[in-house]
Design a protein around this ligand. Structure first.
Ligand SMILES: [Zn+2]
Length: 104
């Protein structure tokens, strides 16, 4: 599956996936890229990092930097707002999923 295909619908799923892991604990960008690849999302740093920055700017994630210079690594985790958003999204996903599978 290519992330550029059907981007319109997949972007929201990727953001939810990111939020899910941010609730579970800290992660860094490259780890998330690998994780998404394992789930079949071909997302690169040019897409993921702007997404992480936007989620942080909107208050869903916060980050801290460890190390300096080229070895600096930025760790992300969720905020209270991010946890609330995930909770709301989970109930919506569950409801939608029930309706989607009912038709099959
Ligand atoms: Zn995952």
């Amino acid at each position: 599956m290519r992330a550029t295909k059907h981007q319109e619908f997949l972007a929201g799923l990727i953001r939810l996936h990111v939020l899910h892991h941010a609730v579970e604990g800290e992660f860094f960008g490259n780890w998330m890229i690998e994780e998404l690849h394992e789930h079949g999302y071909k997302i690169g740093p040019g897409t993921l990092y702007p997404m992480l920055h936007a989620l942080e700017r909107k208050g869903y994630l916060k980050s801290r930097t460890e190390g300096a210079g080229r070895r600096a690594r930025r760790y992300y985790r969720t905020t209270r707002k991010g946890r609330e958003a995930l909770k709301v999204a989970i109930s919506k996903v569950r409801e939608l999923f029930n309706e989607l599978v009912k038709e099959r």
